[in-house]
Design a protein around this ligand. Structure first.
Ligand code: PDD
Length: 279
């Protein structure tokens, strides 16, 4: 098994990819990442992920350590050299580089990156039966559109949610529903899908983008506008999306069942269509 360590493919062993104590990713969480789905050994919407990766680096003024062509080439080589033909996910992260600890970053640093490929089994049980989410106040920063390594807000919220028996926290801020700890969130009301607009309050999910496209193919209307925690109580159906999980029905918000179905028909239709389209 091998991994990508900067521009080289090396055997996947901790001692082959050592990070300095002066790495800014280690010291400040100063870096960005992507999680990319692999189906049958092939990347799913790789270009969309690379667009977002370059956007994240640009927003943080991290000097890209590769061109788009180079990283594509490296990632494909990584999958090939692992003989990876199954379903899985790729993790890629880029940190700003090494520097004696100082909040103020040096503009000339060489960014450091690595990538691994990991098997990922289909979450069949969650697809079938759905998950529960729990409302939590969003205490994250105001640039959630950047896929930053700095995930403490998400880490604390998701841990608390899972310790209490929920799959995800559902973040709200100023009374408005935002997204989950590691996924985007949707409610369906009278046949229309509602989801938060892709702005600085949420991560613009790749699966979200795909779902919006597929919904339009199915003639399901989508409204990208905020809705409140109060409006959420009237939802007929809810679901969430993320790269590894695809479309997952949400059956409960805290102790309250969503709508009158265990898993709603629109959610099921979209979920099945998504499956068909990625294969
Ligand atoms: N998380 N919102 C947040 C806060 C996320 O962390 C993620 C993904 C998403 C969904 O985005 P996408 O559809 O592009 O995967 C939304 C990844 C999977 C993670 O942190 O592991």
């Amino acid at each position: 098994e091998c991994m990508l360590w900067n521009h080289e493919i090396v055997e996947r062993k901790p001692e082959n990819a050592l990070v300095s104590f002066e790495d800014r990713g280690y010291q400040f969480g100063d870096g960005v990442y992507e999680v990319i789905r692999i189906y049958d050994g092939k990347f799913h919407v790789l270009d969309w992920h690379l667009d977002r990766l370059f956007y994240s680096m640009e927003q943080l003024a991290i000097r890209p350590p590769f061109t788009r062509t180079e990283i594509k080439e490296l990632l494909k080589r990584l999958v090939a050299q692992n003989n990876f033909t199954a379903d899985g996910k790729l993790y890629l992260q880029v940190t700003r580089g090494m520097q004696p600890r100082d909040h103020v970053y040096d503009e000339e640093l060489d960014a450091i990156f690595y990538a691994t490929v990991n098997k990922f089994d289909q979450p069949l049980e969650k697809w079938e039966n759905g998950v529960r989410v729990t409302l939590q106040e969003d205490i994250r920063w105001l640039r959630c559109d950047i896929k930053s390594l700095n995930l403490l807000g998400n880490v604390l919220a998701r841990t608390k949610a899972q310790r209490n028996g929920f799959y995800e926290p559902l973040f709200y801020r100023d009374g408005m529903v935002r997204e989950c700890g590691a996924s985007n969130f949707y409610m369906i009301k009278d046949g229309t899908i509602h989801t938060h607009p892709a702005n600085n309050y949420i991560l613009g999910g790749i699966t979200r983008k795909k779902v919006i496209k597929l919904a339009s193919e199915l003639d399901i209307p989508v409204v990208e506008e905020m809705f409140s925690v109060e409006e959420l109580q009237e939802a007929d159906e809810c679901f969430l999306t993320a790269t590894p999980m695809e479309v997952v029905p949400v059956t409960h918000i805290d102790e309250n069942q969503v709508g009158s179905h265990t898993v709603g028909p629109v959610t099921r239709q979209l979920q099945q269509y998504y499956r068909k389209r990625v294969y």
